[in-house]
Design a protein. Structure first.
Lengths: 373, 250
């Protein structure tokens, strides 16, 4: 034994823990597979389902409009709808369409009466008969959207003209692009939490934790060792998610990719510390998975990833302000969709940074290097 | 650091669980001299492992005092950690790491250089007959090999005090005999060994024996002193004599 062994803090001891964890991950093919495959799976599943691109909604339009002179507005709307890929025009009458809706085979059935054009031109007030399945508001909205756009197109400047000017987004953004920041945040929440909690709890199960307690390794060195290893995994996850988003889904990143990567890493680290703290409450792998889910589900529901926060009930909207993912998504969206930098996102960055510090302190306080009685 | 003749010294050491309902260790006075093999013998639940856990600084005592290698424990626990090596009752190894990776990891925790780990590690592998298996993943080892690896990890930093909790339990007789001859070699090299066991005949191989029951030391002495005192032939008979008709497994 020599004098250097009495050092209060040794980075080499932390690095020994880091190397050990990384070797264990490398050996554990199932977990390593999860690290690589889960982000890909999440991206495809969430990307495809939450992209907002609803297409081919089946509808029937029965056009009985006789027209007014040479103008047949019913026919013109019909033709516009034929070109719109949001709806899939089926052959049939309004009544047949209504029957099909009853049996669940159709979403909407339209009827343009014979005097539609006449009424529209002479009085500026005409009716369209519509029978629609109201169970899915999102799909109903798509049908209305397609009809409104078709009517807007045939009015050719008559009626109300909307002078649209986009602040952000535009033709280069697909529904998938706007979903990816949320999905990225969710992956970094759920996967990192799960991996981190499992890594910490594995030490308990193998009884190696008590043996570590009897060595010179201090709680700070132990946490640092874990955090270094798990941060590398968080980096890998961030690179994977960004790589899939950019190279496979063709996601547009308007801002700095480097800043986006840094944001992902910072948020990943916050989750690692949170996992360290939470692992104190888990006694086995099953409980640790439950804890990860317990954090991940409210994050998924209340962070604005699935439903905009403004659409949530007031109490839930307030709760969303206490969910780190809410701010992570704001950062990811800001950088990716709006091209924002630190100037616009300093508040969210500061908040995530403070949360990381807060979770680190919690992890440190709760991580004893003594056996619990 | 105060120089003491004792490697381990406890005074009225108490560990109670469950708000005093369970008295695992109940006023233990233990003195282990430097350079001896001391066997702490007792039935399951007599408080041996709790004592080892407190001595290693993993478990905090309810009351009482203890000095390990002359330093008050748990006050100096991270400093004391350098003076002892522990082989816990459970193997407490990283089963997904190889033998060498386990040894290297524990060596690094004691701030050993790569060279020191190489030199001591190779010697330990040779002595404990693990050389040929050094790259084998610990999970694939037999129970006896895991036990040997656990002892190697306890010895990698060459501590003067060794705490072996049931280290020879569950190994075959040939290996057990080998372990004891190795323990004696370690003692001859100046090491102090505290070994716990619930197998009474093991104790005969130690220099001194402490018989533990219900968290206290009920008798202490060399094997021959104890057998002579109670006019019996084995340590097991000494223990039975002291226990009377009570059930041994607590």
């Amino acid at each position: 034994m020599n004098e250097r062994t009495h050092k209060r803090f040794s980075f080499a001891r932390s690095m020994a823990v880091t190397r050990r964890i990384l070797t264990q991950f490398r050996r554990d093919r199932m977990t390593f597979g999860m690290i690589v495959l889960m982000p890909i799976l999440f991206m495809f599943v969430f990307g495809a389902t939450l992209s907002g691109d609803i297409k081919n909604v089946p509808i029937i339009v029965e056009n009985l409009d006789d027209g007014f002179g040479e103008i047949n507005m019913g026919e013109a709307i019909y033709d516009e709808l034929l070109l719109d890929d949001r709806v899939d025009m089926r052959e049939g009458t309004y009544l047949k369409g209504s029957e099909m809706i009853e049996s669940g085979d159709l979403v909407a059935s339209f009827l343009f009466e014979s005097n539609f054009s006449t009424e529209m031109i002479l009085t500026g007030n005409a009716s369209i008969k519509l029978y629609i399945d109201g169970t899915k508001p999102q799909i109903k909205g798509v049908v209305y959207g397609a009809l409104t756009d078709a009517m807007q197109a045939i009015l050719e400047g008559r009626g109300i003209n909307i002078e649209e000017e986009l602040a952000f987004g535009g033709a280069e953004f697909s529904g998938l692009d706007v979903t990816i920041p949320g999905v990225m945040g969710y992956i970094l929440t759920f996967l990192i939490l799960l991996l981190a909690v499992l890594t910490v709890i594995r030490e308990d199960i193998g009884k190696t934790k008590l043996r570590l307690f009897s060595t010179p390794l201090t709680p700070v060195e132990r946490i640092l060792g874990y955090v270094l290893a798990l941060s590398l995994l968080a980096m890998l996850e961030t690179v994977l998610v960004l790589g899939i988003a950019i190279f496979i889904f063709g996601t547009v990143v308007k801002g700095s990719i480097l800043l986006l990567f840094f944001a992902g890493l910072l948020y990943g680290m916050a989750n690692i510390f949170l996992a360290f703290f939470l692992s104190n409450f888990a006694k086995n792998e099953f409980q640790s998975v439950q804890l990860a889910v317990l954090v991940a589900i409210p994050s998924l529901a209340f962070s604005g990833m699935m439903i905009p926060i403004s659409s949530l009930p007031p109490i839930i909207a307030t709760m969303s302000k206490f969910i780190p993912l809410t701010f992570a998504i704001t950062i990811f969206e800001g950088i990716m969709l709006r091209g924002w930098g630190l100037e616009q996102l300093w508040f969210e960055f500061t908040l995530i940074f403070l949360l990381t510090i807060c979770f680190f302190i919690l992890a440190l306080i709760s991580s004893s290097d003594k056996s619990k009685d | 650091m105060k120089m003491s003749v004792y490697a381990v010294e406890t005074r009225k050491l108490v560990k109670h669980y469950n708000k005093g309902k369970v008295k695992a260790v109940n006023g233990l006075d233990l003195r282990i001299k430097k350079g001896e093999i001391y066997a702490l013998i007792g039935a399951n639940g007599s408080g041996k492992t709790t004592t080892i856990d407190m001595l290693s600084g993993v478990l905090m005592p309810t009351t009482g005092e203890m000095n390990v290698w002359g330093l008050p424990q748990p006050k100096n626990r991270k400093k004391i950690a350098h003076y002892f090596g522990i082989a816990p009752q459970e193997y407490a190894l990283y089963l997904d790491l190889s033998i060498w990776e386990n040894i290297t990891f524990f060596g690094k925790l004691y701030s050993l250089s790569r060279e020191e780990i190489e030199n001591t590690g190779k010697k330990l592998l040779e002595i404990l007959n693990l050389e040929e298996k050094k790259d084998v993943i610990a999970e694939q080892l037999s129970g006896g090999m895991k036990r040997r690896l656990s002892i190697a990890c306890a010895l990698i930093h060459q501590p003067p005090l060794l705490l072996f909790d049931e280290a020879t339990v569950g190994v075959d007789p040939v290996l057990r005999a080998y372990f004891w001859s190795y323990f004696r070699k370690l003692r001859d090299a100046g090491k102090t060994i505290l070994i716990t066991s619930h197998v009474m005949d093991e104790a005969e191989k130690a220099d001194r024996i402490g018989l533990m029951r219900a968290g206290v030391l009920i008798e202490e002495g060399t094997p021959s002193e104890l057998k002579q005192k109670y006019s019996v032939d084995t340590i097991e008979e000494v223990f039975i004599h002291l226990s009377g008709d009570e059930i041994i497994d607590e």
